[in-house]
Write a protein that binds this ligand. Structure first.
Ligand SMILES: Cc1cc2nc3c(=O)[nH]c(=O)nc-3n(C[C@H](O)[C@H](O)[C@H](O)COP(=O)(O)OP(=O)(O)OC[C@H]3O[C@@H](n4cnc5c(N)ncnc54)[C@H](O)[C@@H]3O)c2cc1C
Ligand SMILES: NC(=O)C1=CN([C@@H]2O[C@H](COP(=O)(O)OP(=O)(O)OC[C@H]3O[C@@H](n4cnc5c(N)ncnc54)[C@H](OP(=O)(O)O)[C@@H]3O)[C@@H](O)[C@H]2O)C=CC1
Ligand SMILES: CC(C)=CCC[C@@H](C)[C@H]1CC[C@H]2C3=C(CC[C@]12C)[C@@]1(C)CC[C@H](O)C[C@@H]1CC3
Length: 523
């Protein structure tokens, strides 16, 4: 693999870079914030109308038929190009734009963004792949239900979380987003519509094939078939999350306490997440569904209100004052706790975004839509981000947390560091555990600019990737991946993936997953 050129900027570029980085808010606050606000309101109004007239199920049939026709036409024309989803690159939740979509045939899955059916008997919800986490939480929570795993950022889509992956603080109990899905409605490259479910007692060839397909889809990045709907488990929920914040003083304490707290079978804990504010100081947050405070001393904190502090700064401040605190947080506010500050990325984009005056006067329009920020990132800034911005999530066994955090500290030293345990089931597919065990993993997420002198985007990422492979971990593939094809195949088990692709005529129809996720496949 050719090494990425280390583009050092000349003096005037540095100056421009400085201006654009520190004064990006000049565009973001007066233009992108109002646009984001108007877009969100318009989309919400549209969704309510669709829900009111119940037009989604009929429209779904029409939209799927159109996708089937597109595929049949592509087949009739000799299957000359590769197939991809039509969703434009600027909308996707990743820093990069896909290069593999140029000259490919774009299939209209991007028109599928409605909730189709709530079934409280089977406790499932059927949704189209473009439905976002914000849409789902807004729909389900008032009805008293939620997804067992509901990733935090409002704009993450069901299709992206299944064909990529998804993790959140409910994952220590329920696993990744793919693990809460009970069936996928898919269209194959020949235009055939299929509903696949896992059947451990499958007898017929078709049932066996469908089971294999079901397990092969997660992490496959849309290189097997097109997802047109997913059936997802729901669970009953309560109005609040009783959140217990516990400070930790050393990395050892963080690792041992988190290991104790991440008990999948705990009846008292529904959410586990941790933040590290430097190599030693951290906070573990344990959440439990609750009807609200039992005594008058206990406080409700509606952290989602526009004038409230960014969540991670609130946690840091709490930890300076007390070793342990409890708060009651409205459920939807809890789920989207990192949306308002886009984890901690907004501090670079709107440096005064957490200032009390800004919060009261303008933060009701926050956050800016990630897609709008992505679409308007100037080239100069992209170059700067390429040199010094880290965006990586490494999924590693919990017992290796200490080692891995130490490596992140030595290599990038970005804080807060997001730490989210998740239970990894023993299942076939790309994320298959080689030793057939099931165990607790943890997502270590580093987001932000590093000031490390010897940071090199490619070389440093490769060192992190190497460590992750050594500990049998996985790298989230929305981020920059510098592994070679062979290294990718060492990290992910491609046996089932390759088999399913060859038996479902995918090889000439879709790009290989590696070509979609590798750095050279993206701009
Ligand atoms: C040359 C070759 C031929 C193959 N032929 C076939 C074939 O004829 N039929 C076929 O189905 N696969 C076939 N496969 C795929 C094969 O099953 C997997 O590629 C291989 O076993 C690796 O899968 P695994 O170890 O991840 O899953 P395994 O653990 O080996 O599981 C094998 C099958 O059981 C299902 N399964 C596993 N765990 C569960 C569970 N918890 N609940 C429900 N279902 C589960 C899987 O979906 C899969 O279909 C073939 C693969 C190769 C390389
Ligand atoms: N908390 C979390 O877990 C977070 C996760 N993420 C990551 O962000 C990504 C999700 O972002 P989002 O913008 O929603 O998704 P994207 O549009 O980025 O899609 C991700 C991948 O899934 C494929 N895909 C999407 N929809 C379909 C479909 N209907 N049928 C087949 N393939 C499909 C895409 O294919 P194609 O390339 O053809 O478009 C793409 O390769 C995931 O990869 C996730 O891991 C990011 C932030 C937080
Ligand atoms: C919780 C997990 C698993 C991941 C969180 C990842 C997010 C923090 C990133 C996903 C896409 C990223 C983008 C940006 C910030 C970080 C993410 C939201 C930008 C908004 C940063 C500024 C650039 O100009 C545009 C970026 C678009 C993508």
């Amino acid at each position: 693999m050719e090494e990425e050129a280390d583009e050092r900027p000349i003096l005037c570029e540095r100056f421009l870079e400085f201006i654009m980085f520190h004064f990006r808010w000049v565009v973001v606050v007066p233009i992108l914030l109002p646009l984001s606000f108007i877009f969100n309101i318009a989309f919400e109004v549209r969704n309510r109308i669709v829900h009111f007239v119940s037009s989604a199920p009929n429209a779904h049939v029409r939209k799927v038929k159109y996708i089937q026709e597109q595929l049949k036409e592509w087949s009739a024309n000799g299957r000359k190009t590769k197939l991809v989803n039509a969703r434009p690159g600027w909308l996707t939740m990743s820093f990069r734009f896909p290069l593999y979509k140029e000259n490919a045939t774009k299939i209209a899955t991007d028109k599928l963004f409605d909730i189709l059916e709530l079934d409280t008997e089977t406790m499932t919800v059927k949704v189209e792949p473009g439905v976002t986490m914000g849409q789902i939480s807004r729909y389900l929570i008032p009805l008293g239900y939620t997804l067992p795993v509901l990733p935090e950022l409002d704009d993450l889509t069901v299709g992206g979380l299944i064909n990529g992956c998804g993790v959140e603080s409910g994952s220590f109990k329920y696993g990744m987003f793919q693990h809460i899905c009970t069936g996928y409605e898919v269209v194959m490259s020949n235009g055939e519509l299929n509903y696949v479910v896992p059947d451990s007692a499958a007898k017929t060839v078709k049932a066996k094939q469908d089971t294999s397909l079901y397990y092969a889809i997660p992490w496959s990045q849309g290189t097997i078939c097109f997802l047109v709907a997913a059936t997802i488990k729901i669970i009953p929920c309560k109005k609040y999350v009783k959140l217990t914040y516990k400070s930790t003083k050393t990395l050892e304490e963080m690792c041992s306490t988190l290991t104790e707290d991440s008990n999948k079978y705990s009846e008292k804990v529904d959410f586990v997440e941790a933040l590290l504010f430097d190599k030693n100081k951290g906070c573990i947050m344990l959440g439990e569904f609750s009807d609200g405070p039992d005594t008058q001393e206990e406080v409700i904190n509606s952290i989602g209100r526009w004038y409230k502090k960014w969540f991670y700064t609130h946690v840091e401040d709490l930890m300076k004052k007390k070793h342990k605190t409890i708060e009651y947080i409205p459920l939807r506010d809890y789920y989207h706790r990192h949306s308002k500050s886009i984890f901690w990325e907004l501090r670079d984009i709107v440096p005064f975004g957490n200032n009390v005056l800004f919060r009261y006067l303008l933060a009701w329009m926050c956050p800016p839509k990630i897609a709008f920020l992505k679409a308007t990132t100037p080239n100069i800034l992209r170059k700067m981000y390429n040199r010094s911005h880290v965006l990586q999530d490494m999924l590693v066994p919990l017992e290796t947390l200490k080692d891995c955090v130490e490596l992140f500290h030595d290599e990038v030293e970005i804080y807060p560091l997001w730490i989210c345990p998740f239970h990894l089931k023993s299942q076939p597919g790309l994320m298959k555990l080689r030793d057939y065990t099931q165990k607790m993993y943890v997502d270590i997420g580093a987001y932000g600019c590093t000031t490390k002198k010897d940071y090199h985007h490619e070389k440093t990422t490769r060192r992190l990737e190497k460590k992750v492979r050594e500990v049998n971990g996985f790298q989230m593939t929305y981020a920059d991946v510098y592994m070679t094809r062979a290294e990718y195949r060492e990290m992910f088990d491609v046996t089932l993936y390759d088999y399913v692709r060859s038996t479902h005529k995918c090889l000439d129809a879709f790009p290989d997953v590696y070509d979609k996720i590798c750095r050279s496949g993206r701009r």
